[in-house]
Write a new protein. Structure first.
Ligand SMILES: Cc1cc2nc3c(=O)[nH]c(=O)nc-3n(C[C@H](O)[C@H](O)[C@H](O)COP(=O)(O)OP(=O)(O)OC[C@H]3O[C@@H](n4cnc5c(N)ncnc54)[C@H](O)[C@@H]3O)c2cc1C
Ligand code: SF4
Ligand code: FES
Ligand code: FES
Lengths: 327, 167
């Protein structure tokens, strides 16, 4: 049995009211959407805000729509509704798959896409009860000043573990944020930082309102791959999203890959586009790219399961993604 | 700190005073005395706490109770009707789909939410619908058999016992 701390639960009627509540209680408040990450974390006393501001009922955060070549995903849309949406399945299949691969069915009906983008980083030494963490000695992400993963380390390297966010990184997505200072928009590629304590360029009192994704150009192909122990419920051990555009002859015009579940942010794999451009996705090209993903991946002992095996699986996921996009 | 909430559970209206930091599961178990929904991991990992909210199977251990306000909550206690056990429950009994029974209330809720929209669900669809419910005893085979049988019963209006030729 895991008890929550005492808090006040606010259910604002609209976005404006939500922003006002976050401003009023700044420092002692967090937004809550599906609660599927935040509630377990609060039960572990990783967060103990005196106030929670519920986002689930906000009309401004709802809806999946398509206008002028831009797809808008309301941040409070559930993972299940995105995974099942006919438009998303057709034009952004890697996102639909990533959402559909998160945890289990009950959780996907509660958890939101916005909560996934804002997901806290994870670590073996962090996602534990207060008692557990106290017994071992707190770490610098919460209550302490050591890192148990990198001995003597001075910065947290907990793992970014959000599947939908990894897919969005390959889709030119941009984030619409609302805060006390008004609205702003930020490309998701600039959103994440390498600081595992708080890996988002976003204030705790800001609200992610929507995610905007441009409709992909003709010839675009996508893939999302995930490694986990069981094919349900489990977080990714590593994941990989890929997007490419092929010309009429099947030759690569552009290629992008992002992998996560290793460090504090989803990592763009560099140097692969040159190897791919102008070539068909055939064995030799696939091998070169897969090797590059291996070279650039450095999983850590921050989540369960051997890091060397997780590293060895990155090129396997890359190969699967490339073969799926070629076929 | 307590809050007065109006909840609808298994068709009954309750006005309850609950600590503001209670989950739906804690409210069901410790305020309303509905201990059928199980507190397993208590953090979203196992599905033992699964209940049906507005027709959808969700995890009550990570749902703040306020989120259930104004919605229709159904628990394992509400599955049986006035005429006794539901076909799904009868099917579980007939096929031996419950062993220790700890996972059963959650599995019944996941399965019922599926069968109510799709009584013809095939084995794969059933497996997918139950993939958020851990069972450590059965190995799932008999659970799938039970849900298939219940689906047949629900779509044909026949008794599960009659379908498998039991007396
Ligand atoms: C057993 C289990 C398995 C899981 N497996 C996976 C998995 O495989 N892959 C995966 O990616 N995730 C997984 N998750 C994590 C999580 O459930 C999902 O990522 C989900 O999408 C989180 O969304 P939420 O709405 O529930 O977020 P919440 O828990 O409500 O919020 C998470 C964080 O984001 C903030 N937040 C939420 N919405 C907003 C917003 N609109 N604006 C600003 N801040 C916001 C909250 O303040 C909080 O800090 C798992 C969780 C559990 C418990
Ligand atoms: S990476 Fe280090 S500092 Fe960060 S949560 Fe893990 S043990 Fe703590
Ligand atoms: S008790 Fe809710 S998922 Fe385990
Ligand atoms: S019957 Fe024992 S856990 Fe399922």
């Amino acid at each position: 049995m895991l008890r929550l701390h005492s808090y006040v639960y606010h259910r604002p009627a609209n976005l404006e009211e939500a922003v006002a509540l976050l401003t009023e209680h700044a420092g002692d408040v967090l937004p809550i959407a599906g609660g599927t990450d935040l509630v377990p974390n609060m039960k572990h006393r990783l967060f103990t805000p005196g106030h929670l501001v519920a986002l689930r009922g906000l009309r401004e955060l709802k809806g999946i729509s398509d206008a002028d070549g831009l797809i808008r995903l309301g941040a409070a849309e559930s993972l299940a509704s995105i995974a099942a949406d006919p438009l998303i399945k057709e034009v952004l299949p890697s996102l639909a798959e990533a959402c559909g691969d998160i945890s289990g069915p009950q959780l996907r009906r509660m958890g939101t896409i916005g909560g996934n983008v804002c997901l806290d980083t994870r670590c073996t030494y962090y996602n534990q009860t207060f008692f557990w963490r106290q017994a071992l000695g707190f770490c610098l992400k919460k209550d302490g000043d050591d890192c148990h993963v990198v001995k003597g380390g001075t910065r947290c390297v907990a793992a970014h573990s959000a599947d939908a966010a990894t897919a969005l990184m390959t889709l030119d997505a941009s984030l619409e944020l609302a805060g006390p200072g008004g609205r702003r928009s930020l490309p998701i590629e600039q959103f994440f930082t390498s600081d595992g304590v708080w890996n988002r360029r976003m204030d705790a009192a800001e609200i992610l309102v929507a995610i905007h994704v441009p409709r992909p150009a003709p010839g675009s192909r996508f893939s999302f791959q995930k490694l986990r122990i069981r094919n349900s419920i489990d977080f990714p051990l590593v994941n990989l999203a890929a997007a490419c555009r092929l010309d009429a002859d099947g030759k690569v015009e552009s290629l992008r890959m992002v992998a996560s579940g290793m460090g504090a942010y989803p990592r763009k794999i560099g140097k692969i586009e040159d190897a791919a451009r102008g070539n068909r996705l055939e064995d030799a090209v696939i091998e070169t790219i897969a090797h590059e993903t291996f070279r650039q991946s450095r999983p850590l002992d921050n989540i369960p399961v051997d890091k060397d095996w997780r590293r060895a699986m990155v090129p396997v996921l890359a190969r699967r993604a490339l073969e799926a996009m070629a076929g | 700190m307590k809050q007065i909430l109006e909840l609808r559970v298994n068709g009954d209206r309750h006005e309850v005073g609950v600590p503001t930091h209670f989950t739906l599961l804690e409210t069901l178990r410790y305020v309303l005395g509905l201990t059928g929904s199980k507190q397993g991991c208590d953090k979203g990992d196992c599905g033992a706490c699964t209940v049906i909210v507005d027709g959808e199977a969700v995890l009550s251990c990570i749902m703040p109770v306020q989120e259930a306000e104004g919605r229709e909550v159904r628990t394992v206690e509400g599955i049986a009707g006035r005429r006794g056990a539901h076909p799904l429950q009868k099917a579980f009994d007939l096929t031996g789909a419950a062993q220790c029974g700890f996972c059963t209330p959650g599995i019944l809720c996941s399965a019922l939410a599926l069968l109510e929209v799709n009584p013809q669900a095939d084995r794969d669809e059933i497996a997918r619908a139950l993939s958020g419910n851990l069972c450590r005893c059965t190995g799932y085979t008999k659970i799938f058999e039970a849900v298939l049988l219940a689906g047949q019963a629900m779509s044909s209006g026949r008794e599960p016992a009659e379908i498998i030729g039991e007396p």
